[in-house]
Design a protein. Structure first.
Length: 521
């Protein structure tokens, strides 16, 4: 789908499907059906293409797993080998394309699909991919009364949904169409659902442009990255942006690690990994509370960390006496406030960062200047020279968040004792009711970060001692001078104009006086 017109048409079709078919199901809930069936089609075609390729390589020209094989023909060794390679298995009769052929005539389509989804997840039981497949279809309730008051009505909607998804032109060769087809369709849907969901959408989805900026920063000066991490990974959009930034060849060497507290979003993230052709053994996405139940302590350190953690969320904090002795938080000597966990995430990521790694974190602006425990944590970060850069982003970039956020870049091995402050608040364009970073904006911000020099009204390199003397304030506006855009007034010209007006006024008064005398006389 390299052609922009084709891509735009695909996006239009996808959104039309979502709006036409959702019926009484809330759009936010219906996303699970659209995304779920898109995923079902993908893994069906991906598995078929994989088995067809193996047979053709073995000399069986023209072989088609979907048409030429029955469930009874499946050899146990073939099933096991496929699961080892792909992470799952689907019987021919349960492939999306074959179920679609019989959907209209299947009076029990909902039960058929429920059984198929259970079988797909069950195919990985007892294997290395079990955790990657478990619960992937749990948010697709094919028996929900929201789909229709009767089984017949539900099946009618499910049939239409399958037909619409099946009719989408997503390219003939999955390998060639990797991100431009299924992955691109998925990202578009995620963006549209997030933008229409308001605040709740912003909680799980980071705009692609911001994700790209974070990934580029995290890859700066790194010839090889093998392990990337997001402790609040949402739908995985930040992690997957490394595929674009690094390129497919280098990205194939990367392992993706993430943790997510919301089970629905956790499922979306794993689906997103599959749709972007990330093998099951190359990603490890875990469910749970990162701050109190971290899942990747044994997997650290990481080469690159990117994250957009929830803003000012509540956490256990000092109500849990064990946390102050936690290796992640204890170095600062204080815990982030219970009502503002932002810097708890920051300390967690610093702990997981490798000596030569880079962490790029989207932060709520309050963490840059608030006092109390947060000031003490900032003091620890600055005194130990961990803060590399602070970037002020434009306002209204994120769904459900209108304020201007910022990016804090952390490093454990810096070449100087300074922090670079960048004011990128004007680096955007208007896109509907939101602001958006263009490719040019991203390049400008990134090049300013790499250049690491003072630029009038744009960036300022500040020594750590000066920051400590300023109450550890990390607000960009405290260090980057704002350009005075007011019009320069030439006093001499103003005075000359004023004198001219006074002269003209006096002359006019004299003429008026003459006219009045003439009328009186």
């Amino acid at each position: 789908m390299a052609n922009l017109n084709e891509r735009a048409e695909l996006h239009k079709t996808i959104w039309q499907i979502a709006n036409d078919l959702r019926g009484s199901v809330d759009g936010w809930d219906f996303k699970n059906y659209v995304l779920g069936f898109l995923f079902y089609r993908f893994i069906s075609e991906d598995l078929t293409a994989h088995l067809n390729r193996l047979e053709i390589e073995a000399g069986n020209e023209g072989f088609d797993y979907a048409k030429d094989v029955t469930d009874d023909d499946i050899d146990d060794d073939i099933r096991k080998q496929t699961i080892d390679e792909k992470g799952y298995f689907i019987n021919p009769s349960e492939l999306f394309q074959n179920v679609l052929l019989c959907a209209e005539s299947d009076d029990n389509l909902n039960e058929t699909l429920a059984c198929i989804f259970k079988n797909i997840e069950g195919s990985a039981m007892g294997t290395e991919s079990e955790s990657d497949m478990k619960g992937l279809f749990s948010d697709i309730d094919v028996n929900s009364p929201k789909l229709g008051a009767t089984v017949s009505k539900r099946n009618e909607l499910l049939t239409k949904l399958m037909q619409k998804i099946g009719a989408m032109d997503l390219g003939g060769d999955l390998q060639d169409a990797r991100i431009d087809a299924f992955g691109d369709a998925y990202e578009f849907l995620m963006t549209m659902y997030a933008s229409n969901a308001g605040k709740s959408g912003g909680e799980f989805f980071t705009p692609q442009e911001v994700a790209e900026l974070l990934a580029r920063i995290a890859c700066t000066s790194k010839s090889r990255i093998t392990r990337v991490y997001d402790p609040a990974c949402g739908s995985g959009s930040l992690l997957l942006k490394f595929v674009k930034v690094l390129g497919l060849e280098k990205a194939q060497q990367v392992s993706f690690f993430g943790q997510e507290i919301n089970i629905t979003t956790y499922n979306l993230c794993r689906i997103n990994m599959f749709l972007h052709h990330v093998p099951f053994d190359k990603f490890d996405i875990q469910l749970g509370d990162t701050l109190t139940d971290p899942k990747h302590l044994a997997d650290q350190p990481f080469d690159a960390i990117v994250s957009n953690p929830p803003y000012s969320t509540h956490w256990a904090g000092d109500s849990n006496p064990l946390l102050i002795n936690d290796d992640r938080y204890s170095p600062a000597g204080v815990l982030a406030p219970k009502t503002k966990a932002d810097l708890a995430f920051t300390m967690h990521m610093l702990h997981h960062l490798s000596t030569t790694g880079i962490a790029a974190i989207v932060e709520f602006p309050g963490v840059l200047y608030r006092g109390g425990a947060e000031q003490k944590i900032r003091q620890y970060l600055v005194e130990n020279n961990f803060v590399d850069c602070v970037i002020q982003l434009p306002a209204n970039l994120f769904f459900g968040v209108g304020i201007a956020t910022c990016i804090i870049v952390l490093k454990k091995s810096k070449a100087d004792n300074n922090v670079l402050f960048i004011d990128a608040s004007a680096e955007c364009i208007k896109d509907g009711n939101k602001n958006k970073l263009t490719d040019g904006n991203i390049d400008t911000i990134f090049n300013t970060y790499v250049g690491r020099v003072d630029v009038d009204y744009k960036s300022k390199l500040v020594n750590n001692k000066d920051i400590l003397a300023n109450d550890c304030n990390l607000s960009v506006s405290s260090y980057v001078e704002q350009e005075d855009t007011r019009e320069v007034i030439n006093i001499a010209e103003v005075n000359a104009k004023l004198e001219s007006l006074i002269t003209e006024g006096n002359e006019l008064n004299e003429r008026i006086s003459c006219i009045i005398k003439e009328l009186e006389g």
